[in-house]
Design a protein around this ligand. Sequence first.
Ligand SMILES: Cc1cc2nc3c(=O)[nH]c(=O)nc-3n(C[C@H](O)[C@H](O)[C@H](O)COP(=O)(O)O)c2cc1C
Length: 367
Amino acid sequence: MQRRDILKLVGGGAVISAASLAGFASTRNPKKALSPWAQAGQYEEVRRFALSYAILAPNPHNRQPWMADLVGEHEIHIYRDLDKNLPETDPFDRQLTIGMGCFLEALTVAAAQKNYRAETQLFPNQNEDYVARIILKAEARLAGTDGDLFSVFQDRRSCKEPFADIELEPRHAKALSAFGDVYTRARAVDRLKTISWDAFLVEYETERTLKESVDLMRIGKSEINATPDGIDLGGPLLEMLSFIGNLTPETLMDPKSAAYQQGRDIYEKMLKSTPAYILLKTQGNTRANQIAAGRQWLRLNLMATYLGVSLHPVSQALQEYSEMKPLNQAIQTSFARKGETIQMFGRLGYGPKTPPAPRWGVEAKLI
Ligand SMILES: Cc1cc2nc3c(=O)[nH]c(=O)nc-3n(C[C@H](O)[C@H](O)[C@H](O)COP(=O)(O)O)c2cc1C
């Protein structure tokens, strides 16, 4: 959020000196919630080593629905915690399953750095919650596979910011088109931009879908440290707004409040500052397709990071609830062929460096 926007939000009432803001700011970093980023790789035992990277995977609403059971000496059984479902915006758990795919790919890439191949059987007993049985098999000379991607693992972000007003470099578009269909021409870019903005408005203006997000918002350092999942609204300015009562779950739900209107303005500016898009599509839409899309998204996100390109998923138009149906149909019929499903819709461009998102650590996720 731009400082100017925040000051507007505070309104005429508050006068804040830059010095007091800087002093306050230095105390507001939710260090505990961010510590899993520094702990990645700090484990000797290979399963915990691989899991310490897997828990940093991107996932919808940062729900982190994964759980891991360490069985015997070489197995990891991966579960999805169904209590973390998103029934309003993800009624068929498609996006949550994609997030599990991101997790499995992160685990696979990390295990390879220790010379272990992650042999993975998906949905071993056909139950929704038992996502994968993984056996780690020692194999010579795997280390170094995906070394470039692994080298930027802790720098990967979903960049939720406006992108610079410059075109995506053709060499970047070409490299990233190995992962999905990249759109850089004005006509397609304008159409996708309009769809992403219209779809955002549907989610924002539908009370139950907005509420699903608002209920998952963690406002300020202590809430973020206490529950390092969901949507984190941190930083000194947002904490101050929360303190004076301008930023609360109630104001975020109230269309007449400054917080609600400002939230909309911030999203509009962000979504419209986008020079290019990428769509990941699968032939069919099975759970295996969704896991594969997640694996691909993680690799795309790492490659973009390696190239210095920012990536941000904008999933609203792909969501499967009744109010979204016309926009979902519009994007699927305009940009996918018969039989294909668009699984991920991403903004591409050059954004600012952003801080990592909170995470639960490995120990909290072991069964
Ligand atoms: C399937 C999927 C859908 C997502 N959809 C959105 C989205 O619509 N808007 C958004 O801002 N982020 C979206 N994200 C990104 C998550 O919010 C993000 O991964 C999470 O907050 C953790 O942040 P990080 O990726 O920077 O570590 C999505 C991620 C996944 C895997």
